[in-house]
Ligand binder design. Structure first.
Ligand SMILES: Cc1cc2nc3c(=O)[nH]c(=O)nc-3n(C[C@H](O)[C@H](O)[C@H](O)COP(=O)(O)O)c2cc1C
Ligand SMILES: Nc1ncnc2c1ncn2[C@@H]1O[C@H](COP(=O)(O)OP(=O)(O)O)[C@@H](O)[C@H]1O
Length: 308
């Protein structure tokens, strides 16, 4: 899969494709249906299938503090798009210039001049362009004028309700990991690189691999029973995701995971943490002793649930 960052990196060889546009946060089952339609059209046309995404996502640009948590960070999203058979991703920086493009300008600059789109697949509620003025009817009209077809993918529902990124955020906040798996088509996980922490964990009998979240607001908070695949072995463990109010408090969310019956160096490794069950909310403890006791109890609870 090829990643093109910014319109200025598009070359004449990139013209001619089937495309879709959106945030694709989570790459859930609804998104997967659109990607499957995209693949069908790209095969029919004998052209690559291209997904146009935005980074940051529009709401993160408009209101950085009020934006909803991210289900997938850029790298995770790209991996999932690749796994869904996408040939090319055009990642556009959502900034003032992009925000101010009218629907006509967006179609002309991105879809026609940039990508030479021959088929456009969109979700049934897709809106774009300055103040969301472009809609499906507008795209169909542009398609007729510029020689591309447009199709709106059907809504995909689960348990009678539409699948969406915002529904997933709610389901994860509720700790319903079984429903989350149904909506995602895979268990919910967070992937990232293990970085150095304060080296405190090992001194309280709880070494924890700290996974870099890069300031992105995660959709989960609290203590969870988790698993991690490491060198082909599924390791069981417990994770804390939160701001660690009892210790540092740099105000940012951290994800740290302790693996049961494991000792070794994980620094620099890329881990995928799969979440299975919430144990409790994160708390502020007045002493390191109280924190240590709570962590010990979490270990015992998670071990018991895992049958270890
Ligand atoms: C199972 C578990 C539960 C935790 N619960 C809390 C908590 O409720 N409140 C809190 O402030 N920190 C909590 N922490 C985070 C600890 O403060 C942190 O792991 C410890 O300070 C070690 O940090 P370090 O890895 O950077 O050395 C928890 C950690 C683990 C592994
Ligand atoms: N059972 C384990 N679970 C998680 N990490 C472990 C384990 N055993 C050893 N480690 C290693 O110890 C590191 C965590 O130790 P810790 O004292 O918490 O340091 P830090 O604050 O740098 O995360 C991990 O990054 C990993 O390399």
């Amino acid at each position: 899969m090829e990643l093109v960052r910014g319109l200025h990196n598009l070359r004449p060889r990139h013209r001619g494709c089937a495309a879709t546009i959106g945030n694709f946060d989570g790459v859930h089952v609804g998104h997967q249906a659109i990607l499957s339609r995209l693949r069908a059209h790209s095969e029919r046309l004998g052209l690559p299938g291209c997904v146009v995404i935005f980074e940051p996502q529009p709401r993160e640009f408009f209101a950085p503090d009020a934006a909803p948590p991210r289900l997938t960070r850029l790298r995770e999203k790209l991996t999932l798009l690749q796994q869904n058979g996408v040939d090319r991703v055009l990642c556009l920086a959502f900034n003032r210039r992009l925000r101010e493009l009218s629907a006509e300008q967006f179609v002309q600059q991105v879809l026609i001049d940039g990508l030479g789109v021959r088929h456009l697949e969109v979700g049934d509620d897709f809106r774009f362009g300055c103040d969301r003025s472009g809609d499906f009817a507008f795209l169909q009209q542009s398609g007729r004028a510029h020689g591309f077809t447009v199709e709106a993918a059907n809504t995909v529902a689960e348990s009678g309700e539409r699948i969406s990124s915002s529904r997933l955020r709610q389901v994860l906040a509720d700790g319903d990991f079984i429903l989350a798996s149904l909506l995602l088509g895979r268990p919910f996980s967070i992937t990232g690189r293990v970085v150095y922490g304060q080296q405190l964990g090992r001194t309280i009998g709880a070494p924890t691999a700290n996974i870099q979240l890069k300031r992105v607001n995660p959709p989960l908070h609290g203590v969870y029973r988790v698993s991690v695949e490491l060198d082909g072995v599924v390791r069981k463990g417990v994770a804390n995701i939160g701001k660690r109010p009892s210790v540092s408090g740099d105000g940012k969310a951290h994800l740290e995971v302790h693996l049961f019956d494991f000792s070794g160096d994980l620094y620099g490794r890329r881990l995928t943490v799969v979440f299975h069950q919430k144990l409790r909310d994160e708390k502020r403890f007045d002493s390191l002793d109280a924190l240590q006791a709570a962590i010990k109890a979490d270990f015992a609870a998670a071990r018991a649930q895992w049958g270890l």
